[in-house]
Design a protein around this ligand. Structure first.
Ligand code: G1P
Length: 313
């Protein structure tokens, strides 16, 4: 039987076991990465501020978290990332100008995007020691609570959003939840990979996790997709986590150890995912999001049709 400390709600008993889980109120966004794959665009601008149509990647991740019921947003930033903090603040001069010009819709939209006052926290990862280390930097802010972890490079078009789908699984299982997706075998070595045990796509048992395995060592083609719900015990493991793949402290390695003490559930999410950490994924996302926007679709299609795509393809 697995029982968590300081529980404030029960989840449905399963196979005679009773999992007790706290509600997930906090989300962590690691945004300290250097973004070297997008140079020179990211020389002075954080990669999380790159836009898909007209919204920065970080805004999509925050929107997804809010839809899933998250109330507190923790950003693990680094040098040159101050603009992310500005993005989640009021901009009085801009607001006054929009008001003066009667652009009320734009003004309302801007205000809607903002988390309420006091609901954001910013801390810094002082050295680029890896994703596991970035998450560990949020430990004092998160405290002894479960939390969601969202990697803003990964962008999802899902109804409901991917984190909401995971929250639904968490309601049933408690413990830790990870979003996964199938990937062509030649690409698995760029990701964390899980092995699948029993259960449906909406919540199956994860039996193993490995970070960036060689293609021949990968236990499946199910990738860890950049969305996690984790219990706070992961912070203790991260504190002593030796460096793993790429010489970095990896969250996947800590989770693999934690799997011996707590359940990990995989959710094969409904929806389309874009790896905006890669140029191809980012460009594809821009095309798909533009075509799905009622105010842009027709004009964009018209221009695309005018292009000599035949000659370029
Ligand atoms: C990180 C994780 C990896 C996951 C990936 C998703 O890797 O370590 O497990 O599959 O994000 O994008 P990174 O892309 O930071 O190398």
């Amino acid at each position: 039987m697995v029982v968590y400390k300081h529980c404030d709600r029960f989840t449905a008993p399963k196979n005679g076991e009773l999992f007790l889980s706290k509600r997930v109120r906090t989300a962590v966004f690691p945004v300290a990465g250097l973004g070297t794959r997008f140079l020179p665009a990211t020389k002075a601008m954080p990669k999380e501020m790159l836009t898909v149509v007209d919204r920065p990647l970080i805004q999509y991740a925050v929107d997804e978290a809010r839809e899933a019921g998250i109330e507190h947003f923790v950003f693990v930033t680094g040098r040159n990332k101050g603009v992310i903090e500005d993005h989640f603040d009021r901009q009085f001069e801009l607001e006054a100008t929009l008001e003066l010009r009667g652009k009320t819709t734009a003004l309302e939209e801007l205000r809607k995007d903002l988390p309420s006052a006091g609901r954001t926290s910013f801390t810094r990862q002082q050295e680029p020691l890896g994703l596991g280390h970035a998450v560990w930097c949020a430990r004092d802010i998160v405290g002894d609570n479960p939390f969601a972890l969202l990697l803003p490079d990964m962008l999802f078009k899902g109804q409901p959003g991917v984190l909401k789908q995971m929250m639904d699984a968490y309601e049933e299982t408690g413990g830790n939840v990870i979003a996964v997706a199938e990937m062509p075998e030649e690409e698995v070595s760029a990701y964390g990979i899980v092995a699948r045990g029993e259960g449906p796509d909406t919540g199956f048992i994860i039996t193993q996790m490995v970070e960036k395995p060689k293609r021949e060592d990968a236990p499946s083609n199910l990738i860890i997709s950049g969305r996690y719900i984790l219990q706070p015990e992961v912070f203790n493991l991260l504190a002593d986590q030796p460096r793993g793949a790429g010489g970095e402290i990896q969250i996947t390695d800590a989770m693999q150890t934690m799997m011996h003490q707590q359940p990990f559930t995989g959710v094969k999410y409904q929806g389309q995912g874009f790896d905006c950490g890669s140029k191809i994924g980012f460009l594809t996302a821009n095309v798909v999001y533009a075509l799905d926007r009622p105010d842009i679709r027709d004009g964009f299609l018209k221009e695309l049709r005018k292009l000599d795509l035949g000659g370029r393809l």
